[in-house]
Design a protein around this ligand. Structure first.
Ligand SMILES: [Zn+2]
Ligand SMILES: [Zn+2]
Length: 223
């Protein structure tokens, strides 16, 4: 089991998208899948170079901004599915490294990196939290500590709902743990996919209610 995991880390498999050997995701497929230069206010799509929430949306948001590096399609989607369904360590490494690079453009001195937690049931089924794997890579790449700051109470199905409905559904799903006033001031929260932003918003609300000054969300892809 451990040996299998080590060889999985050391020997890159073929390109996930076009099967070019010797590299996890070849540069051609990578540049097609990932577009870290397109940043915007996630609520209204106002384009800006860092991904901050615009002035018009500020009063509706607990997040200061979001970093998203891809659309949920093609190779980006394949990597996310590998991470979520097959505990693909290469996917976590590649995607985490690219999120970290894009996050540098925020020029924010984050105190800590954390992840959106999965529900206890989902964690039990999978045995891991894909967002945590990503967040640990991001933290390592940025030279920041990773800490689990949130707990999730139960499974909430959010499929096919708009932002307001999703926000209502997820309200109360998280609570903060290990609150350290004055220390976890600028928090980077990682999730795999951003859909309406309701999950990141609820996480940000809970963290802000517990004394965090600034919460920035980051995800691999916009769905
Ligand atoms: Zn390729
Ligand atoms: Zn906006």
């Amino acid at each position: 089991m451990i040996l299998g995991r080590v060889s999985q880390i050391i020997i890159p498999p073929d390109c996930r998208s076009c099967r070019t050997p010797g590299t996890y995701l070849c540069i051609k497929c990578l540049s097609k899948a990932i577009n870290p230069r397109s940043a915007n206010c996630y609520r209204c799509y106002w384009g800006n170079d860092r991904g901050q929430i615009c002035i018009g949306c500020e009063i509706y948001s607990y997040l200061s901004g979001t970093t998203v590096i891809a659309h949920y399609e093609g190779a980006a989607r394949d990597l996310i599915l590998g991470l979520k369904n097959h505990n693909d360590v290469w996917a976590a490494e590649v995607l985490g490294a690219m999120i970290a690079r894009a996050v540098l453009r925020t020029r924010i001195g984050f105190s800590v990196v954390t992840a959106i937690p999965t529900s206890p049931q989902r964690y039990h089924e999978r045995g891991y939290n894909p967002a945590e794997h990503l967040a640990r890579v991001v933290a390592r790449r940025l030279g920041l500590p990773y800490r689990s700051l949130l707990l999730r109470l139960s499974i909430i199905h959010q499929i096919g709902q708009n932002r307001t409905q999703r926000l209502n559904q997820i309200r109360g799903a998280f609570y903060a743990k290990r609150h350290r006033p004055g220390r976890d001031r600028f928090v980077l929260v990682i999730d795999d996919v951003l859909t309406t932003g309701a999950t990141l918003e609820e996480a940000a609300r809970v963290l802000r209610d517990n004394g965090t000054q600034l919460v920035w969300g980051a995800a691999v892809a916009r769905h």
